[in-house]
Ligand binder design. Structure first.
Ligand SMILES: Nc1ncnc2c1ncn2[C@@H]1O[C@H](COP(=O)(O)OP(=O)(O)OP(=O)(O)O)[C@@H](O)[C@H]1O
Length: 283
C-alpha cells in the first residue's frame, strides 16, 4: 500500500473494553486532506491515537502505509514545562530518521529553515515555556515539517489559536496537501472545514458520513451526529453489530442508507440504529 494510505477494517477502539469508536470500515487514500468532525467525546482523538498506535484496537484493524507518522496531539496533552529550547523541540522531529543521539549540528540549517517556514526565525534559543500558545503551536508545526512524513495527523490544531496563526498554519497544510502528503485533522470549526478540507468524516462514536465535504456536512448529518453522541451509553460493552458507512475514498454516504451520489457507489451502508448496551461480550 502507498505510504500515505490508511485502511480501517471493522475497527473498534476503546478504553477498558468500552468502545469509543466502532464499526469503522474504509480507506483514507494517499494524498487526502480529511477533516474529522463530531461533537465532544465523538472519538476523534481516540481514532487519531489508534492510527499512531497509542490506543490498541479492541476489534478489527488499522493499516497504515508508514509507521513514521507525524502526529500533533491536542495542546492540553503536551507538557510545556519540559525545559527545552524551540530549536531542541523542533529537532525532536529528526529523532525518528536519525536516532536520538545523532549530531544535530549538521541539521541546523534544516531546523532553521523549518522555523523560518512557521515564522519563528530568531526564536530558536527561547525556552518553550516562554512562548505564547500560538508561537508554541508554530514550533510544533516546525517539528512536523522535520518529521517529513507522508502521513500527518493533527488533533484540533487551531483550538485557541488566533486567525493570523491559523491562516499561516493552514497554508502549511495546503502545501503538504500539494506535495501529495495525507493530512487528517480533527476540527470543530465547520467553516474552516468547508473552506479548506475536501473530504470529511463525521464521527459520533461510529461513522455517520464520510466523503466529499460539501455532501457530508449537511444539516441532517450533523443533527444526527449530535443526537447519537448524546444518546451514548458510557457503560456499553463491545458491540459487534455491523453498522455505519463504509468508505472507498471516493463516495459520500449519508444516514438515509443510500449511496450518494446515486449510481456511483458500490460500497455498502447499513443504516440500522442499535442500542449499544447488552451487545457483544462483556469484559
Ligand atoms: N484515556 C481514556 N480512558 C478512558 N476513556 C477515555 C480516555 N480517553 C478518552 N476516553 C473516552 O472516549 C470517548 C471519546 O473521547 P475522544 O477524546 O476520542 O473524543 P473527541 O471526539 O476527541 O472529543 P473532543 O472533541 O472533546 O476532543 C469519550 O467518552 C472519552 O471520555
Amino acid at each position: 500500500m502507498s505510504q500515505g494510505e490508511i485502511r480501517f477494517r471493522g475497527l473498534t477502539l476503546g478504553y477498558d473494553r468500552h468502545p469509543a469508536v466502532h464499526h469503522l470500515d474504509g480507506v483514507v487514500p494517499a494524498g487526502d486532506l480529511l477533516a474529522l468532525v463530531g461533537p465532544n467525546g465523538a472519538g476523534k482523538s481516540t481514532l487519531l491515537k489508534g492510527i499512531v498506535g497509542e490506543v490498541a484496537a479492541l476489534d478489527g484493524s488499522i493499516e497504515t502505509g508508514t509507521r513514521a507518522i507525524a502526529y500533533l496531539p491536542q495542546a492540553a496533552e503536551i507538557d510545556r514545562t519540559f525545559p527545552v529550547s524551540v530549536l531542541d523541540l523542533t529537532a525532536m522531529g529528526l529523532w525518528r530518521p536519525f536516532g536520538a543521539w545523532a549530531s544535530l549540528s549538521r541539521h541546523r540549517q534544516k531546523l532553521l529553515d523549518a522555523l523560518a517556514a512557521v515564522g519563528l526565525t530568531g526564536f530558536e534559543d527561547r525556552p518553550i515555556g516562554t512562548l505564547s500558545g500560538g508561537q508554541f503551536q508554530r514550533a510544533l508545526f516546525a517539528r512536523l515539517i522535520l518529521q517529513d512524513s507522508r502521513l500527518i495527523l493533527l488533533d484540533e490544531p487551531f483550538t485557541g489559536i488566533d486567525e493570523r496563526t491559523t491562516a499561516d498554519l493552514l497554508a502549511l497544510i495546503r502545501g503538504w496537501h500539494g506535495e501529495g502528503r495525507t493530512v487528517v485533522a480533527a476540527l470543530h470549526d465547520l467553516h474552516q472545514v468547508r473552506a479548506h478540507f475536501p473530504s470529511t468524516l463525521v464521527l459520533a462514536r461510529r461513522p455517520i458520513a464520510w466523503g466529499p465535504t460539501p455532501e457530508v456536512l449537511s444539516p441532517p448529518v450533523l443533527a444526527r451526529a449530535l443526537a447519537l453522541s448524546e444518546a451514548w451509553d458510557e457503560a456499553a460493552a463491545i458491540c459487534r453489530h455491523e453498522a455505519g458507512p463504509t468508505h472507498d475514498g471516493r463516495h459520500a454516504h449519508d444516514p438515509s442508507g443510500h449511496d450518494h451520489p446515486p449510481g456511483h457507489g458500490h460500497a455498502h451502508h447499513h443504516a440500522h440504529d442499535h442500542s449499544h448496551a447488552g451487545h457483544g461480550a462483556a469484559p
